[in-house]
Design a protein around this ligand. Structure first.
Ligand code: GH3
Ligand code: MG
Ligand code: MG
Length: 333
């Protein structure tokens, strides 16, 4: 009986032990699976985090680039001068990329360096010639250069508009308004520096006859050529303008009455000698010139214009194709 009880107890204990073992094994397996799942989730989070970090770095780089572009554009847009704008661009380049040299040139060089064309529609405005930009920085350079090209185009456009506004469309000399502004400035400069200056008023002789005989278009071509003749016979610092219809005017800074008379005579002779070809006609014209001088004939702009106009009237009444200086009739000098 006792043996039976012992055996039953052993069997019972063995069964219990076996059952407990099975349960523990199952629990272990479940735990392992949990750990595996946790590991996978953890790995996914780590991957996600590194993707987010990479995206953050990319966005930061992009933001820095946009900020650089914005700052550069803002700074360049304050200037209306090509050289100043280019110097800012060059400084910004050096701050942002590795670069040996960068030059802004009007003509494309035959060799040496990488060339970036600054374009306005199909027109080439200039060229950026660079040296020593490593491949890793080429794209960044292109982005900055493209932005500079836009600013450069704006400056060129502004200059063109400015030139258009102050240049007479037909004769390419200054408009009356701009001429009078410059004339006034030159009088003030002559006053401040105590130097002489002179003023010429030129009028085409019998111009109405040219219009009547050859038509208005031919008349226009003659006026255009007179503009050319005047500019060919004055210095870079002299200012030529169209005073009205077929009347022109010239300011000669730092020039005394005798010097002015010589210039006027040179223009008169050049006009007389020129055979102007316009459409089917070949025309000869003459001009008359009145001269006044600062400070001899007057100290104010209006006085100088009046005296030159009076002299021009004298030149017309003397038979045209001649120069009359107010000083010739001014007994005070
Ligand atoms: P004078 O020798 O006395 O100066 O005689 P003129 O015929 O030159 O002078 P007038 O003032 O009688 O005539 C000037 C003419 O210039 C009249 C006008 O029709 C013409 N004119 C003015 N502006 C223009 C222009 O832009 N184009 C053309 N073709 N003619 C013009
Ligand atoms: Mg005339
Ligand atoms: Mg006239």
């Amino acid at each position: 009986m006792v043996y039976v009880l012992i055996i039953l107890t052993i069997v019972f204990v063995a069964v219990v032990f076996f059952l407990v073992k099975v349960v523990v094994l199952q629990m272990e397996q479940a735990c392992d699976q949990d750990v595996l799942r946790s590991k996978e989730t953890y790995q996914k989070i780590i991957d996600q985090q590194s993707r987010v970090m990479a995206e953050k770095t990319r966005l930061e780089r992009e933001a820095a680039q946009i900020f650089t572009l914005y700052e550069m554009t803002k700074e360049i847009n304050r200037h209306f001068n090509e050289e100043e704008a280019f110097n800012i661009f060059k400084r910004r380049l050096r701050e942002n990329i590795t670069i040996g040299d960068c030059q802004l040139v009007d003509e494309a060089p035959p060799d040496g360096g990488d060339i970036f064309v600054l374009k306005s529609r199909e027109k080439e405005l200039g060229f950026l010639v660079t040296q020593g930009v490593p491949p890793k920085d080429k794209e960044k350079f292109a982005i900055l250069a493209h932005q500079f090209a836009l600013a450069y185009r704006r400056i060129k456009l502004y200059k063109d508009i400015e030139t258009l506004a102050i240049t007479d469309g037909l004769t390419a000399v200054s408009t009356r308004r701009y001429f009078l502004e410059r004339f006034d400035e030159e009088i003030k400069r002559a006053q401040a520096r105590k130097i002489k200056m002179s003023f010429l008023m030129l009028d085409v002789d019998h111009f109405k006859m040219i219009n009547d005989r050859h038509g208005h278009l031919t008349g226009d071509a003659v006026l255009k050529e007179i503009g050319v003749i005047i500019k060919e016979n004055i210095r870079e610092i002299d200012i030529a303008g169209r005073y009205g219809g077929e009347e022109f005017c010239v300011v000669l800074p730092d020039t005394d009455p005798e010097g002015a008379r010589i210039v006027a005579e040179r223009i008169r002779k050049a006009a007389e000698a020129r055979l102007i070809k316009a459409y089917d006609a070949a025309i000869r014209v003459t001009i008359s010139v009145g001269v006044s001088a600062y400070p001899f004939d007057g100290k104010l702009l209006e006085e100088l214009i009046d005296k030159a106009d009076w002299s021009l009237y004298r030149a017309k009444s003397q038979g045209r194709n001649c120069v009359v200086a107010f000083g010739m009739y001014n007994k005070d000098i």
